[in-house]
Design a protein around this ligand. Structure first.
Ligand code: G6P
Ligand code: ZN
Length: 543
């Protein structure tokens, strides 16, 4: 076993995005590509010497090979120990939990989240800090700076480490502990929720379909939902993680989880449907004939938090990303707690959670979580819903109807235009930006613009400022359009258009969102010239 120092030179484009560095797998598999980025992580965070890390991934293609490289590099960089999930698997929330529970110096997660996997699809590497959360911007900037000045990396020359057997081994001077990826996470869930009530719910004949989308939550959901809580065997489907997610797109939304949606709107529908994404941090909730938007789900969980043992003492505050609907704000107001508005990206919640200012947080992009870890958590959201259903003994549809009757309904939808020519997308955003000062007072589609701005966030905990976080058009009466370019795409640009309208008339609470939002949708096209500038007639994805 020899330590090698390999000469290298900077590789362009290794700038971490919303959630780590994501690229096409063949890009990551190029000689020195992964090595450069991993060395930059170590260099950009004060070196690996003496440190302990957690390592795991969502099992996508190249996950196993990348794990061996990262282990050999950690050893060569003097790390003390790496705690790794068996077969290099860990869901993102489980990794976050291990980082916190074992008080490590951070962790490396191999995942491109909900993006497809495979030899021609996506791969990603993300660094999480000691609080268990995604590295904040200051850290990702330091890592990026290292990628631009790197001249060498260190790696051990050794045979592959056996990652299939649980227990501790040595790699050179570094200890490797292979752990069961599910056990600690399952224990954490049991400490939060009323497992007894959920068990009784299933025992009473309540039926569930959980779609793991051939991704990482399969083993977690089987163990927790079926084996521990007593959901019928077979309730968890697509439960075996596969390197290419069964050729699918492991993103839990009505488009990519269509099979589940079809079932939930059929006569065969079970009582409750849910899905999670590639790395297990996103969730989709759907009742019988009732799809729950992520923004609504967050608001419902906040309103019902006192039914869950871990939150029965009350929430310290709540937080949502700016484009997420303001349904949460109404709940926070009624609870008399603060509601923070952050830029898109889970990392912005970290400081609020660490400082004890927020307990629950969530995003329109199917992420919901709490201070139990520092990542969003798909299965946690599902268990939260099950806990609420078990206590309230109502259907999802009834719970939603109640919620809207009490708080009003924030009709909400996101329209995505994917793989748009980058220049066209930037042109559209620039044009909107230039016109911002002239928007207030203008009438579009019979609605008056009250305010228009580009969102910037001043972190109340560390005082840092993040600018350029999306363009907002606010209408009189509570309507809103947000335009943003995605920070997670790997091909061209993705334009996201977030549409929202508030309804409090009891007779108008059960409309189809696309219908209810039709005025807002055409206003969006008029304001941003979407069709003309992107050449697209319709969005690729509607959530
Ligand atoms: C990831 C991040 C989320 C973010 C989402 C969408 O899942 O963890 O925090 O909301 O990507 O980001 P995007 O920049 O593509 O809209
Ligand atoms: Zn994810």
């Amino acid at each position: 076993m020899t330590r090698q120092v390999v000469a290298t030179s900077p590789i362009e484009g290794q700038k971490p995005g919303t959630s780590g560095l994501r690229k096409k797998t063949p890009v990551f598999m190029q000689p020195k590509y992964l090595e450069n980025f991993v060395q930059a992580i170590f260099n950009g965070t004060g070196g690996a010497a003496g440190k302990t890390y957690v390592l795991g991934g969502d099992g996508r293609y190249f996950n196993d090979r990348a794990a061996q490289v990262i282990l050999r590099m950690a050893a060569a960089n003097g790390a003390r120990k790496v705690i790794i999930g068996q077969n290099a698997l860990l869901s993102t929330p489980a990794a976050s939990n291990l980082i916190r529970k074992r008080a490590t110096d951070g962790g490396i997660i191999m995942s491109a989240s909900h993006n497809p996997g495979g030899p021609k699809e996506d791969f990603g590497v993300k660094f999480n800090t000691a609080n268990g959360g995604p590295a904040p911007e200051g850290v990702t900037e330091a890592i990026f700076a290292e990628t631009k000045s790197l001249s060498e990396y260190a790696i051990l020359e050794s045979a592959d480490v056996d990652l299939a057997t649980l227990g501790t081994t040595m790699l050179g001077e570094m200890e490797i502990e292979v752990v069961d990826p599910v056990a600690d996470y399952a224990e954490l869930m049991e400490s939060i929720f009323d497992f007894g009530a959920i068990r009784a719910l299933f025992a009473s004949g309540f039926t569930l379909r959980f779609d793991a989308m051939h991704a990482i939550t399969g083993p977690y959901a089987k163990a927790i939902l079926e084996e521990t809580l007593g959901a019928a065997e077979g309730s968890v489907v697509n439960a075996v993680p596969s390197p290419d997610f069964g050729g699918g797109h492991p993103d839990p939304n009505p488009i990519w989880a269509k099979e589940l949606m079809d079932l939930m709107f059929s006569s065969e529908a079970p009582d409750f449907g849910a899905a999670s994404d590639g790395d297990g941090d996103r969730n989709m909730i759907v009742g019988r004939n009732a799809y729950v938007t992520p923004s609504d789900s967050l608001a419902v969980l906040a309103a019902n938090a006192s039914l869950v043992p871990a939150y029965e003492g009350g929430l310290k505050g709540v937080a949502r990303s700016m484009p997420t609907s303001r349904a949460l704000d109404r709940v926070a107001e009624s609870l008399g707690i603060a509601c923070y508005e952050t830029p898109t990206g889970w990392k912005f919640f970290g400081n609020l959670l660490d400082a004890g200012r927020a307990t629950l947080c969530g995003e329109e992009s199917a992420g919901t979580g709490s201070d139990h870890v520092r990542e969003k958590d798909g299965l946690w959201a599902v268990l939260f819903w099950l806990n609420v259903l078990a206590v309230r003994k109502q259907s999802v549809e009834e719970i939603m109807a109640d919620h809207w009757a009490r708080f009003g309904r924030n009709y909400y939808s996101r329209h995505d235009y994917e793989a748009v020519d980058s220049e066209a997308a930037n042109g559209l955003m620039n044009a909107l930006r230039t016109r911002l000062p002239n928007q207030p007072g203008r009438e579009v589609e019979g609605m008056v613009i009250e305010a228009a701005d580009e969102f910037a966030y001043d972190d109340p905990v560390d005082g840092s400022r993040s600018e350029g976080q999306g363009i907002r058009i606010l209408f009189a009466g509570g309507g809103r359009i947000v335009f943003r370019l995605s920070g997670t795409g790997t091909e061209g640009a993705t334009l996201r258009v977030y549409l929202e309208k508030v309804e409090t008339e009891v007779a108008a609470l059960q409309d189809n969102p696309q219908n209810a939002l039709s005025g807002i949708i055409s206003a969006a096209d008029k304001l941003a010239e979407i069709r003309a500038r992107t050449g697209r007639n319709a969005p690729d994805v509607i959530t």
